[in-house]
Design a protein around this ligand. Structure first.
Ligand SMILES: [Zn+2]
Ligand SMILES: [Zn+2]
Ligand SMILES: [Zn+2]
Length: 466
């Protein structure tokens, strides 16, 4: 077998992925992955002997299964250098708490149009993009035949052809199931945001690199590139943290951890007070009715106000407390351990960020955390309003998906410029309007009594629980 890469007129394209190159080589030489590894793998690897090729040898980022020199001679270029170069082009502007490896998808995302030209772009694997930046159509991520995702690996099936799913179906759409390698399509990037991302200058990149990024904000957000590009250009500025003074203090003593804990307690208290002044203003009775589980004897529980429902379950999941206990204030604590927070929702991501910010000025970290927690409380409450809209009427509490799930248009980012943090907030949320069943009749009648001791099983979180 010869790779015939150059001789066939193949030219290495901008951002071409290693999956693209490998699958094309297989298609053009009618070989399987195993046969490819037998010729271009390490001499001492076990590929020849064993029937199954180990996953490690199939990795398309490290190309561990290949003898790099051997491969380079065959291809006429270093594939590993090519991949690492473009990976860096896409990720060099992230701060160090964002692991660039985790910004790429581990199953194949592909563009139908690109694939027809025998081309797959590394940008399709980049988690921040959801459309092909060349054809501006949605990316596919499963096989059309078996509906399964395709691992982003040198494929482990035995078919002697490229661009196939392990079920044997071609990912190419045309009837002949063959891509057009002599295509004359223009494969330049048309998405101007993606262009700007790639061509970002060092000043802009350094703003992003020193921006403490809250991981859940950037994962699964189709608009995040827009937002991040915007902050490099100073738009939507709200306000600044204190400027770092000469008295620079790390978050390194128990006293400061305690102070941080308490200032976040204070913020969540203010947030609740703000809810009661705004969205919950007319539903205080509804909340009492619901948390007290009031009903008439012998009758089913009355309708639940969606605002009361939202507040109660927001509180439960935000703090991880039982909302049907009389006193639902967050307990005061004396011994605060390092990085401990009074908030349960997104706790791990918040702690990770705190650890990352540990070397910053402590007051700045406190400012940042307070603002971030306020935003998270807001998104999370909105999330519950959304759930309440459907489930309050049914008196059901679904098991909510606490992965970060919010309106992608709205985001807050805290870039650092001139040695202080700024708060940029884009399209702040406005509360959705729900229908309260008690809008005209707020007071309970005297025959309704609390059934709290019964502890209605609405706390268990299964669809079936009522
Ligand atoms: Zn495309
Ligand atoms: Zn399939
Ligand atoms: Zn109400």
């Amino acid at each position: 077998m010869r790779l015939n890469w150059m001789e066939r007129g193949n030219q290495l394209k901008e951002f071409e992925s290693s999956w693209s190159i490998m699958e094309k080589m297989k298609a053009e030489n009618f070989v399987s992955s195993k046969q490819l590894l037998e010729v271009y793998g390490h001499e001492n690897s076990n590929v020849h002997k064993s029937a199954i090729v180990g996953k490690r040898h199939l990795n398309l980022w490290t190309l561990e299964g290949f003898d790099h020199l051997n491969l380079e001679t065959a291809l006429g270029f270093s594939l590993i250098q090519h991949i690492n170069h473009y990976k860096r082009v896409l990720t060099h502007m992230f701060p160090s708490n964002i692991n660039p490896e985790l910004l790429f998808r581990d199953t194949v995302y592909y563009c139908r149009e690109c694939l027809e030209c025998g081309y797959h772009n590394l940008l399709h694997q980049f988690k921040l993009l959801h459309k092909c930046p060349i054809h501006q159509i949605d990316l596919e991520y499963i096989c059309n035949e078996c509906r399964n995702p395709i691992p982003y690996l040198l494929s482990s099936h035995k078919y002697e052809n490229g661009f196939l799913c392990s079920c044997g179906e071609s990912l190419l759409e045309s009837n002949i199931k063959k891509y057009d390698s002599n295509h004359h399509q223009n494969l330049s990037l048309k998405d101007s945001f993606v262009r700007s991302w790639i061509e970002m200058n060092e000043d802009e990149a350094s703003v992003l690199r020193s921006t403490p990024m809250f991981k859940p904000f950037i994962e699964n957000n189709p608009l995040v590139i827009h937002h991040l590009l915007n902050i490099t250009k100073q738009k939507n500025l709200v306000y600044y943290s204190e400027k770092n003074s000469n008295q620079w203090n790390k978050l390194d003593t128990n006293e400061r951890h305690k102070e941080l804990f308490e200032s976040i307690c204070q913020i969540t208290k203010s947030f609740e007070a703000y809810l009661f002044k705004t969205v919950l203003k007319d539903h205080k009775h509804c909340i009492k009715r619901f948390t007290g589980l009031f009903k008439r004897k012998g009758e089913p529980f009355p309708e639940i106000c969606p605002y009361a429902y939202s507040y109660v379950f927001w509180k439960e999941s935000f703090y991880n407390i039982n909302p049907f206990q009389n006193n639902i204030n967050v307990a005061k604590k004396n011994n605060i351990v390092q990085f401990e927070l009074p908030v349960y929702y997104q706790e791990d991501a918040l702690k990770e960020l705190l650890i990352y910010m540990n070397n910053n000025d402590y007051r700045e970290t406190r400012w940042y955390m307070s603002h971030l927690v306020w935003e998270l409380a807001t998104y999370h409450f909105d999330n519950w309003l959304n759930i309440a809209n459907i489930y309050a009427k049914k008196k059901i509490k679904p098991k909510p998906n606490f992965d970060f799930d919010y309106d992608y248009n709205s985001i807050v980012i805290f870039p650092r410029r001139s040695n202080r943090l700024e708060k940029h907030s884009v399209n702040a949320l406005t509360w959705r309007e729900l229908e309260c069943p008690y809008v005209l009749n707020k007071k309970r009648d005297i025959e309704e009594i609390s059934h709290l001791p019964m502890r209605l099983a609405i706390t268990n979180g299964n669809e079936e629980d009522k």
